[in-house]
Design a protein around this ligand. Structure first.
Ligand code: ADP
Ligand code: ADP
Ligand code: MG
Length: 654
């Protein structure tokens, strides 16, 4: 067995690999970009090495930088995780050349499965059923169109170099083919540098069912059952489970054999996934599944397989890479209970699933039996715009599917993430969606049910907004009580002020919810202040998390951020005496008012920041010279991001 591993990844998968590596007694070596210097995966490992600036092309995708870090740290092996360099055969070869074991399949196997057209041709030869269609060399648009007609609509155009659902177009009518082809090719060229496509029959009522395979270097290949990943959005998985609802033992055996044959055909070694599309129109049928592609790496959704088989797939990856034999025969592989995984993303389902970035004011996950959480962030961490916005996976395991879904839904309800928006409410709605629970679903389920799942623009949560503004007013009234001498008694939220007047008094307090203007009503009556928003009282169930100027209010997996409208120009004086001007909250830089080298006076306006839909001028905390401008106009900046650095002038009043 190895004594050390360099983990060539970030986020949850880097953390997850580190956990097993440590249990096996390996020294764990992390890598990080400048933006990740403080990331969870860096803190979890025994040591960490910088590999470059934040963009992936300058850091996590730079093979030489990773191999150099492995050399420097004396790593025995490199685990690539998923994404990034995990499916780059050149990287696998470069590792071997450097005398470092690549924890993954041989480069040739990655290459053989890397392009979907060649992989399909290879699988046909190996007797694995493939989706009917055209995957030839000739890319003449007229020929492709004729092939589509012969295959019969609807068809799917796919980039041969594709991944992550990119370069894919479904075409329903012959008349729409040309435009779709053009779009698919353009997307493929820009995403993969290869515009070639293949055409497939679009399988009616498609279910995505994949088989986890494992192979060692001694010719043993087994499968670890299936996963159903049919709940997808834009051809990307959202919820995965094992076993697949409606799966029968004979069909599992057939699919397992096909997957093992696929792995054998390319001389596979290690963990891999063979993805099939099944026609689920009238339930799963033994002869109605077809090979789509093979992912030659560990998959995001591997934890559901771990739950039902009781195995640690990362441990197996290390053992196989170290030359050990598989410990189990096919008939010894367990399948116990049911497991479901939900991918928790920093994104906003109510606004077209737009990724959401920024500092995590709060992160907390339930710690309960039957629930596993693989997280890549913790409190105070930041969701960065450079990387995939998946922040964690929540996995539930129970004796039955129904119980597993209940358990997952409850775990999601108990999960707290404040700051960036998340898909928590959407995921828990999915777990409770009746048709999904009944097993009536295919890959179109999410798209057909967006409104029912809450993934459409919605009214703000007034009970939560009221709770947020009540919290702020209480906080402010405490602060003002202390400052009354200077502030005077006229602030509308000063409860003691209301107390001095006889009878009832009602005031309107302007505030913002998610940056939009709103008005709260405060009624003072006998010394008690009652807050409401459009007649809705604060919901005592709402969870309040203090942010910067705003507070986050969480309720039922949704979040509102609430702030007073007229908070004063932000005072940066107290922030840094050292001349660093940083963003007091997440926002967008509208203007930089100074140039590098400029002399500025204390209090001079330096940057205009738009946050919470308002403009804020950030001023110089000291007099001095501008020595660095770290951002440009238009940039989105996170709470705390450094914007401008001043070198303080000599303290010489004359
Ligand atoms: P697929 O969707 O291709 O079947 P997975 O479900 O395993 O495969 O997802 C892999 C995808 O995860 C990659 O294509 C990439 O978009 C994304 N990804 C890559 N690296 C990371 C990472 N470190 N953290 C989160 N997501 C990542
Ligand atoms: P990627 O490399 O992007 O993961 P895949 O070939 O695995 O590409 O396809 C991604 C998803 O697109 C599948 O999970 C499935 O939902 C859908 N899909 C792919 N091929 C077909 C098909 N022939 N018919 C219906 N849906 C398909
Ligand atoms: Mg795929």
């Amino acid at each position: 067995m190895f004594t050390s591993v360099l983990i060539a990844n970030r986020g949850e998968i880097a953390c997850r690999i580190a956990r097993t590596a440590r249990r096996l007694g390996l020294r764990t070596i992390a890598v990080f970009s400048d933006a990740d210097a403080n990331a969870l995966h860096v803190r979890l490992c025994d040591e960490a090495h910088r590999i470059g600036p934040a963009p992936v092309r300058e850091s996590y995708l730079v093979a030489e930088a990773l191999i150099e870090a492995a050399r420097k740290s004396g790593a025995d092996c490199i685990h690539p995780g998923y994404g990034f360099l995990s499916e780059k055969p050149d990287f696998a070869e470069a590792c071997e050349r450097a005398g470092i074991v690549f924890v993954g399949p041989p480069a040739d196997a990655i290459r053989a499965m890397g392009l979907k057209d060649r992989a399909k041709a290879l699988m046909e030869k190996a007797g694995v059923p493939v989706v009917p269609g055209y995957h030839g060399e000739n890319q003449d648009p007229n020929l492709l169109k004729r092939k589509a007609y012969e295959i019969g609509y609807p068809v799917l155009i796919k980039a041969v170099a594709g991944g992550g659902g990119k370069g894919m177009r479904r075409v329903d009518r012959h008349a729409d083919f040309d435009v779709a082809l053009e779009g698919a090719m353009r997307e493929a060229a820009s995403a993969f540098g290869d515009d070639r496509v293949l055409i497939e029959k679009y399988i009616a009522s498609p279910r995505h069912i994949e088989i986890q395979v494992f192979a060692d270097r001694h010719g043993n290949v087994i499968h670890l059952n299936e996963r159903d990943c049919s709940l997808q959005r834009r051809h990307q998985k959202v919820i995965e489970e094992a076993p697949a609802p409606g799966m029968t033992a004979p069909m599992r055996a057939r699919m397992g054999e096909a997957a093992v044959a696929a792995a054998r055909a390319v001389g596979y070694c290690g963990a891999g996934t063979v993805e099939f599309i099944a026609d689920g129109a009238d339930g799963l049928k033994v002869d109605a599944f077809w090979f789509m592609e093979m992912n030659t790496r560990l998959q995001v959704e591997h934890p559901v397989t771990e739950a039902v088989t009781g195995l640690d797939l990362v441990e197996w990856q290390f053992r196989v890479a170290a030359g050990e034999r598989l410990a189990l025969q096919q008939d010894q592989v367990a399948l116990e209970g049911h497991a479901v995984e939900a991918r928790l993303y920093a994104e906003d389902p109510e606004r077209g699933f737009l990724p959401s970035t920024g500092r995590l004011a709060e992160v907390s996950f339930p710690d309960r039996e039957g629930v596993r959480v693989d997280a890549g962030v913790d409190i105070g961490g930041e969701v960065l715009p450079y990387y995939d916005p998946m922040i964690a996976k929540v996995i539930a395991h129970a004796p039955t599917r129904e119980k597993a879904l209940d358990r997952l839904a409850e775990a999601l309800d108990q999960t707290i993430v404040a700051g960036p928006r998340t898909n928590l409410a959407f995921l828990s709605n999915l777990c409770r969606a009746w048709d999904f629970r009944a097993g009536n679903f295919d890959t179109g389920f999410i798209d057909r049910n967006l409104a029912a799942l809450g993934a459409v623009p919605q009214e703000i949560d007034k009970g939560a907004a009221a709770a947020g503004i009540a919290h702020i007013l209480t906080r402010e009234s405490v602060r003002l009580a202390q400052q009354r001498k200077t502030d005077g008694p006229n602030s509308p939220w000063d409860a003691s002020d209301g107390f001095q007047l006889s009878g009832k008094r009602q005031v309107g307090v302007p505030f913002t919810v998610d940056g939009k203007k709103a008005l709260a009503t405060v009624v003072y009556d006998g010394g008690r202040a009652q807050v409401s928003v459009d007649g809705v009282a604060p919901d005592p169930q709402a969870k309040i998390v203090a942010g910067g100027a705003a507070v986050y209010v969480l309720r039922k997996g949704r979040q509102v951020s609430v702030a007073l409208t007229d908070f004063e120009a932000i005072d940066v004086e107290h922030q840094d005496g050292d001349g660093v001007v940083s963003a007091p909250m997440h926002g967008k830089v509208l203007a930089i008012l100074v140039e590098k080298g400029a002399n500025v006076a204390k209090g001079q306006r330096l940057v205009v920041l738009e946050a919470m839909k308002m403009e804020h001028a950030l001023t110089a905390p000291v007099a001095g010279v501008v020595i660095d401008i770290a951002v440009s106009p238009g940039a989105q900046v996170a709470d705390g991001a450094r914007l401008i650095v001043l070198k303080a002038a000599d303290v010489n009043e004359n």
